[in-house]
Design a binder for this molecule. Structure first.
Ligand code: CP
Length: 311
């Protein structure tokens, strides 16, 4: 495991990760998960390192879990939001980033509404940059925690399994990152989405497109519902919300058509009754809270790797 040569200053997307690098991150996360079950959940691994959490878009899971991850590794974490920063006064993203770098952090974790924002920073800063979600583009640590959750559920036997991703693919950085990452691990991806919420270049993606939810879900090994991103919709892309739910909301009937015990994932936050029926979000097959738990371990692994193998 430690023989993997790590050559990345930053974690910007899942496209740049090889299967052995993905496995290295997931194996490292597994070791950190053990720390998260101890009475004292803290190790000195990143003592003296500084991590800035720069979230220019709202977040509950990603921001909190990066903060907890950093603190459990004994790093010092500092939070900055768009509304509490000088971005509000018109300071540019570049000047904000250079200002943060002048305070000598080791890692900057950024979430931003513009696709490419994390890469823009990474090209201009000496410290490591972690993409915590940029526009429609990528959310690499979400895909890593999804892979961690699936790998654990399937006890390591992930290659050859199938995963259905349902919902708003066009606006989903989660879908893009998962398609790149999980196909590297040998997962067959099925997609079902409204015609208006399928990206133009989908024919170049390594996925199979379905035209009905019943066909898409038949015998599938796992299901991931996506959040309907109401804040990113443009006029005409989205049908009436009641009509959307009638075609795209996953219900218990669909879950029963999947492979026996198929895990149900959702990156959160959930719109109950819109993309996922409320009762199945809380069902035994739901792995939604396991995903949140995995998020801490995976982000510990990412901070550890960048903080010790690069910095
Ligand atoms: N999955 C996810 O990114 O959730 P948050 O927006 O709460 O961070």
């Amino acid at each position: 495991m430690s023989n993997v040569s790590w050559c990345h200053k930053d974690l910007l997307d899942t496209k740049s990760l090889s299967p052995s690098e993905i496995t290295y991150i997931l194996d490292t996360a597994e070791q950190f998960q053990e720390i998260n079950t101890r009475p004292v959940k803290k190790v000195p691994t990143l003592r003296g390192k500084g991590i800035v959490l720069f979230f220019a878009e709202p977040s509950t899971r990603t921001k909190t879990s990066f903060d907890i991850a950093g603190k459990r590794l004994s790093a010092d974490t500092f939070s900055l939001s768009a509304s509490g920063s000088s971005l509000i006064k018109g300071e540019s993203l570049k000047d904000t980033a250079l200002t943060l770098q002048a305070m000598a952090p080791d890692i900057i974790v950024i979430r931003h509404s513009s696709s490419g924002a994390a890469q823009y920073l990474a090209e201009r800063l000496d410290c490591s940059v972690v993409n915590a979600g940029d526009g429609w583009h990528a959310h690499p640590t979400q895909a890593l925690l999804d892979a961690y959750t699936l790998r654990k559920h399937w006890q390591g036997a992930i290659r050859g399994k199938s995963l259905l991703i349902v919902g708003d693919i066009t606006h989903s950085r989660v879908a893009r990152s998962n398609v790149h990452l999980l196909t590297q691990l040998g997962v067959n991806i099925r997609i079902f989405a409204p015609r208006t919420l399928i990206p133009k270049g989908i024919h170049t993606w390594p996925v199979t497109l379905y035209h009905t939810l019943d066909k898409a879900v038949e015998g599938v090994d796992a299901i991931m519902c996506l959040r309907l991103q109401l804040e990113r919709q443009q006029a005409g892309m989205l049908p009436d919300l009641t009509e959307y739910a009638s075609y795209f909301c996953l219900t218990r009937r669909h879950l029963e058509m999947a492979a026996s015990g198929a895990p149900l994932l959702h990156p959160g936050p959930i719109n109950r009754g819109m993309e996922i029926a409320s009762d199945i979000a809380d069902a035994a097959q739901s792995r939604i809270l396991d995903q949140v738990t995995a998020g801490v371990a995976v982000r510990m692994a990412v901070l550890f790797i960048l903080g010790t193998r690069w910095n």
